[in-house]
Ligand binder design. Structure first.
Ligand code: GRF
Length: 194
């Protein structure tokens, strides 16, 4: 049984997809807790499933290091096999990454290394490209730069806005997140050798 702590910042549709999947007792994954850096709407999904939640607000700490250390302490307290960033919109301090990587994965709404950062979908539309993608990768000390586990191409359609394109990308993010976590649980994916 692979134990996971999930970190989010927003609506948590990726988290919800994972929680729905692991309702099936044949899936060897359990989510120990869900954390966020603020009042994330997605925490309600964890509440619905009776999963503990925690919030470590960046604004309550004088600097990123102390914020990251508190977040690390809480995540460590659950002793997870894997930490999954599912729409976590803060850059983690190197100390946090060093503590958990390679058992620390992230999803990103572009075909990295294209369009890294917090506004990938907006930047994709602004670039006028006709194809983008979704990426799941191991987190390293950079921003959206770690070893890539899987990527899928996603078309940009005429008339797309941020919402329509992002949802088309999320369909693939959700599936890659779930398939990656199950692959790790079933030892078909070795994050240390990506
Ligand atoms: C995902 O598209 C992820 O790539 C980005 O934030 C989004 C999270 O979506 N970092 P949701 O909160 O899981 O719906």
């Amino acid at each position: 049984m692979l134990s996971v702590v999930v970190l989010i910042s927003g609506t948590g549709s990726n988290l919800l997809a994972l929680l729905k999947t692991i309702e099936n007792p044949l899936v060897p994954v359990r989510v120990l807790a869900v954390g966020s850096d603020g009042a994330a709407a997605g925490l309600a999904h964890a509440d619905f499933y009776g999963i503990p939640t925690f919030v470590v607000e960046r604004g309550k700490f004088s600097d990123r290091e102390s914020w990251g250390l508190r977040l690390q302490e809480i995540v460590e307290s659950y002793n997870p096999d894997l930490v999954a960033l599912a729409g976590f919109m803060k850059i983690l301090p190197a100390k946090f990454v060093d503590r958990f990587s390679p058992n620390l994965i992230n999803i990103h709404a572009s075909m990295l290394p294209l369009f890294p950062g917090a506004n990938a979908v907006r930047d994709t539309l602004a670039a006028g490209v006709t194809e983008t993608g979704a990426t799941i990768h191991v987190v390293d000390a950079g921003v959206d730069t770690g070893p890539i586990i899987e990527q899928r191409k996603v078309p940009v359609m005429p008339g797309d806005d941020i919402a329509t394109l992002h949802e088309r990308i999320k369909v693939h993010e959700r599936d890659m997140l779930i398939q990656t976590i199950i692959g790790v649980a079933e030892k078909r994916i070795d994050l240390a050798s990506i």
